[in-house]
Ligand binder design. Structure first.
Ligand code: TYC
Length: 121
Protein backbone atom coordinates (compact mmCIF):
# COMPACT_ATOMS: atom_id res chain seq x y z
CA UNK A 1 0.00 0.00 0.00
CA UNK A 2 1.49 3.38 -0.99
CA UNK A 3 1.34 5.90 1.83
CA UNK A 4 2.30 8.90 -0.24
CA UNK A 5 1.01 10.45 -3.40
CA UNK A 6 3.31 9.26 -6.11
CA UNK A 7 3.93 11.01 -9.38
CA UNK A 8 4.54 8.92 -12.41
CA UNK A 9 6.64 11.38 -14.48
CA UNK A 10 6.32 9.41 -17.70
CA UNK A 11 2.52 9.66 -17.63
CA UNK A 12 2.73 13.45 -17.12
CA UNK A 13 4.66 14.06 -20.38
CA UNK A 14 1.55 13.99 -22.65
CA UNK A 15 -0.05 16.68 -20.46
CA UNK A 16 3.01 18.93 -20.82
CA UNK A 17 2.84 18.44 -24.59
CA UNK A 18 -0.87 19.28 -24.58
CA UNK A 19 -0.38 22.56 -22.67
CA UNK A 20 2.63 23.51 -24.77
CA UNK A 21 0.53 23.04 -27.92
CA UNK A 22 -2.32 25.07 -26.41
CA UNK A 23 0.08 27.92 -25.62
CA UNK A 24 1.43 27.89 -29.15
CA UNK A 25 -2.10 27.84 -30.58
CA UNK A 26 -3.12 30.84 -28.46
CA UNK A 27 0.08 32.65 -29.51
CA UNK A 28 -0.66 31.98 -33.20
CA UNK A 29 -4.31 33.06 -32.81
CA UNK A 30 -3.19 36.32 -31.17
CA UNK A 31 -0.71 36.93 -33.96
CA UNK A 32 -3.41 36.37 -36.55
CA UNK A 33 -5.74 38.76 -34.75
CA UNK A 34 -3.05 41.44 -34.63
CA UNK A 35 -2.53 41.24 -38.35
CA UNK A 36 -6.29 41.63 -38.87
CA UNK A 37 -6.50 44.55 -36.43
CA UNK A 38 -3.52 46.40 -37.86
CA UNK A 39 -3.56 46.33 -41.66
CA UNK A 40 -0.38 47.40 -43.41
CA UNK A 41 -0.29 51.05 -44.38
CA UNK A 42 1.61 52.74 -47.20
CA UNK A 43 2.89 56.30 -47.60
CA UNK A 44 2.29 58.17 -50.83
CA UNK A 45 4.98 60.77 -51.59
CA UNK A 46 4.92 63.38 -54.34
CA UNK A 47 8.20 63.97 -56.18
CA UNK A 48 9.51 67.29 -57.39
CA UNK A 49 10.23 68.05 -61.06
CA UNK A 50 11.00 71.17 -63.06
CA UNK A 51 7.90 71.23 -65.28
CA UNK A 52 4.73 70.58 -63.25
CA UNK A 53 3.20 73.89 -62.19
CA UNK A 54 2.78 74.73 -58.52
CA UNK A 55 -0.93 75.37 -59.08
CA UNK A 56 -1.42 71.90 -60.54
CA UNK A 57 0.30 70.22 -57.57
CA UNK A 58 -1.80 72.22 -55.08
CA UNK A 59 -4.91 71.21 -57.02
CA UNK A 60 -3.93 67.51 -56.96
CA UNK A 61 -3.28 67.63 -53.22
CA UNK A 62 -6.72 69.17 -52.65
CA UNK A 63 -8.72 66.94 -54.98
CA UNK A 64 -6.95 63.57 -54.70
CA UNK A 65 -5.58 63.80 -51.15
CA UNK A 66 -8.37 65.89 -49.55
CA UNK A 67 -6.01 68.60 -48.25
CA UNK A 68 -7.13 72.14 -47.47
CA UNK A 69 -5.61 74.89 -49.62
CA UNK A 70 -3.12 76.01 -46.91
CA UNK A 71 -2.09 72.37 -46.24
CA UNK A 72 -1.75 71.62 -49.97
CA UNK A 73 0.34 74.76 -50.49
CA UNK A 74 2.65 73.86 -47.60
CA UNK A 75 3.15 70.29 -48.90
CA UNK A 76 3.77 71.53 -52.47
CA UNK A 77 6.39 74.04 -51.25
CA UNK A 78 8.04 71.32 -49.15
CA UNK A 79 8.26 69.04 -52.21
CA UNK A 80 9.57 71.95 -54.33
CA UNK A 81 12.36 72.67 -51.81
CA UNK A 82 13.22 69.18 -50.52
CA UNK A 83 12.45 67.00 -53.56
CA UNK A 84 9.81 64.78 -51.95
CA UNK A 85 6.82 65.23 -49.64
CA UNK A 86 4.16 63.13 -47.93
CA UNK A 87 0.72 63.39 -49.51
CA UNK A 88 -1.01 60.76 -47.35
CA UNK A 89 -0.98 57.34 -45.67
CA UNK A 90 -3.44 54.67 -46.86
CA UNK A 91 -4.18 50.98 -47.23
CA UNK A 92 -2.12 49.57 -50.12
CA UNK A 93 -4.98 49.37 -52.62
CA UNK A 94 -6.17 52.92 -51.88
CA UNK A 95 -2.61 54.28 -52.08
CA UNK A 96 -2.10 52.61 -55.47
CA UNK A 97 -5.41 54.00 -56.75
CA UNK A 98 -4.43 57.51 -55.67
CA UNK A 99 -1.06 57.23 -57.42
CA UNK A 100 -2.76 56.04 -60.61
CA UNK A 101 -5.21 58.98 -60.35
CA UNK A 102 -2.42 61.55 -59.87
CA UNK A 103 -0.34 60.21 -62.73
CA UNK A 104 -3.35 60.03 -65.05
CA UNK A 105 -4.34 63.62 -64.21
CA UNK A 106 -0.73 64.71 -64.73
CA UNK A 107 -0.45 62.91 -68.07
CA UNK A 108 -3.67 64.35 -69.52
CA UNK A 109 -2.55 67.84 -68.44
CA UNK A 110 0.91 67.36 -69.95
CA UNK A 111 2.90 67.25 -66.67
CA UNK A 112 5.53 64.70 -65.63
CA UNK A 113 4.45 64.66 -61.94
CA UNK A 114 5.32 61.36 -60.21
CA UNK A 115 4.54 59.71 -56.89
CA UNK A 116 6.28 56.97 -54.89
CA UNK A 117 4.83 54.41 -52.53
CA UNK A 118 6.65 53.42 -49.34
CA UNK A 119 5.65 50.97 -46.63
CA UNK A 120 4.74 52.71 -43.37
CA UNK A 121 6.99 50.66 -41.00
N1 TYC B 1 9.21 72.43 -58.96
C1 TYC B 1 7.97 72.77 -59.62
C2 TYC B 1 8.10 74.18 -60.20
O1 TYC B 1 8.99 74.91 -59.83
C3 TYC B 1 6.79 72.71 -58.66
C4 TYC B 1 6.50 71.34 -58.17
C5 TYC B 1 6.19 71.15 -56.82
C6 TYC B 1 6.50 70.24 -59.02
C7 TYC B 1 5.89 69.90 -56.34
C8 TYC B 1 6.22 68.97 -58.53
O2 TYC B 1 5.57 67.57 -56.73
C9 TYC B 1 5.90 68.81 -57.20
N2 TYC B 1 7.18 74.52 -61.07
Amino acid sequence: MAKFIQIDFLSIIPFFRYYKNMEQKIFLDEKQETSIDQPELYRVYLLNDDYTTMDFVVNVLMTVFDKSKPEATAIMLHVHKKGKGLAGIYLKEIAETKIAEVEKLARINGFPLKCVLEKND
